[in-house]
Design a protein around this ligand. Structure first.
Ligand SMILES: Nc1ncnc2c1ncn2[C@@H]1O[C@H](COP(=O)(O)OP(=O)(O)OP(=O)(O)O)[C@@H](O)[C@H]1O
Ligand SMILES: [Mg+2]
Length: 331
């Protein structure tokens, strides 16, 4: 059995459908109408102990809803969730000790209290032994460079500082599974790097299992080997990050700088784009790797022209993800 098992899970919300104007207001009061919004639609996946999995999808895809079901805040309408042997929403009290949750959009800290007081409070709530608490506190706050603002009330913190405090808050009780829902939102480049390195170390050294939601593909590329993509509540990809290229990125690009201005004769299945003036020195060749073997293309160019420089580029993961979101590539 895997550490995290999500099986055929769906979740529908009931949202009120409001009619406009004064008659509408009356109608809303007397006979409120509801419509259903399917947030998660038959999702299945499992995560093994020690994995660090990126969980991405466009706005409204159902990521936060899934994380809420995993952490026991929401219950699924159908299907089953099992994490660390628990059914999260049924056994919440005993379950929460083994998990940590960070919602980047919403702080879990006490707004008016100094950060350190919120931490003390969590220590009491989770009954964290003093020595474990002290060790975690020191280690995590050092790693995230937080000593400067531990005594400041949360409301005075910058977004990046608050985020770091929220991350530590979720980890003080040494959970073995942590769900991160956008832990880098609004954080600057340096701050993001600090958070990414911190998460990697936690995963590698402490073996903490993580699910990581973000809209920043760099976050995923720098931290996760595996990626789950959802869209409109349904899973559209589950596999290695590197597998995205072989699954969706079959277009290759070869940029060539010839020694002199020239015209290249048409080549079957290859689109030739002039990069400077038509008949100039720089050209881009676009083709499908299935149709045109790259070595054959390069050797035929080398045999017929004098070439100064040549670069082959693979499609960018970020661009491919954009295509998956926009439905440009078949799922
Ligand atoms: N409590 C709720 N009541 C009604 N509808 C909801 C509720 N929570 C979420 N939804 C709807 O469910 C869908 C999925 O929302 P969810 O917050 O899970 O998306 P998300 O993938 O986290 O998006 P984002 O990237 O914008 O955070 C959305 O259409 C949203 O409007
Ligand atoms: Mg969300």
């Amino acid at each position: 059995m895997s550490l995290i098992e999500v099986n055929g899970v769906s979740k529908t919300f009931r949202v009120s459908r409001r009619s406009a104007g004064i008659p509408g207001m009356l109608a809303n009061l007397i006979n409120p109408k509801y419509e259903k919004k399917q947030a998660v639609n038959d999702i299945t996946f499992s995560i093994e102990e020690g994995e660090m999995v990126g969980f991405i999808g466009p706005n409204g895809a159902g990521k936060s809803t899934t994380i809420k079901m995993l952490s026991g805040i929401l219950y699924p309408d159908t299907g089953s969730v099992r994490v660390n042997g628990y059914v999260p929403y049924k056994q919440r009290k005993s379950y929460v000790g083994s998990i940590g949750v960070v919602f980047g959009q919403k702080s879990q800290l006490q707004w008016d209290l100094p950060v350190i007081d919120s931490f003390e409070l969590l220590k009491a709530i989770y009954r964290v032994p003093e020595d474990v608490y002290q060790e975690n506190l020191k280690r995590f706050t050092d790693m995230l460079d937080m000593s400067g603002f531990l005594n400041q009330p949360v409301r005075q913190l910058s977004l990046g500082q608050r985020m770091r405090a929220d991350i530590v808050a979720a980890l003080l009780h040494s959970p073995k599974i942590v769900f991160f829902d956008e832990p880098t939102i609004g954080v600057d480049v340096v701050g993001k790097e600090t958070i990414r390195n911190f998460l990697c170390e936690l995963n590698e050294k402490d073996g903490v299992t993580m699910l990581f939601t973000t809209h920043d593909m760099q976050d995923i590329e720098k931290t996760c080997k595996r990626l789950i993509i959802i869209d409109q509540g349904a899973k559209v990809y589950d596999g290695l990050l590197s597998g995205i290229r072989s699954a969706y990125g079959t277009t290759r690009q070869l940029d060539v700088e010839f020694s002199a201005d020239c015209t290249v004769a048409p080549i079957e299945h290859v689109e030739i784009r002039e990069q400077d003036a038509p008949g100039g020195r720089k050209k881009r060749f676009l083709f499908e790797s299935k149709e045109v073997p790259i070595d054959a293309l390069i050797s035929s160019l080398l045999a017929n022209y004098t070439i100064r420089d040549l670069t082959v580029s693979e499609p960018e993961i970020e661009g491919l993800i954009r295509k998956i979101y926009s439905g440009e590539v078949a799922r």
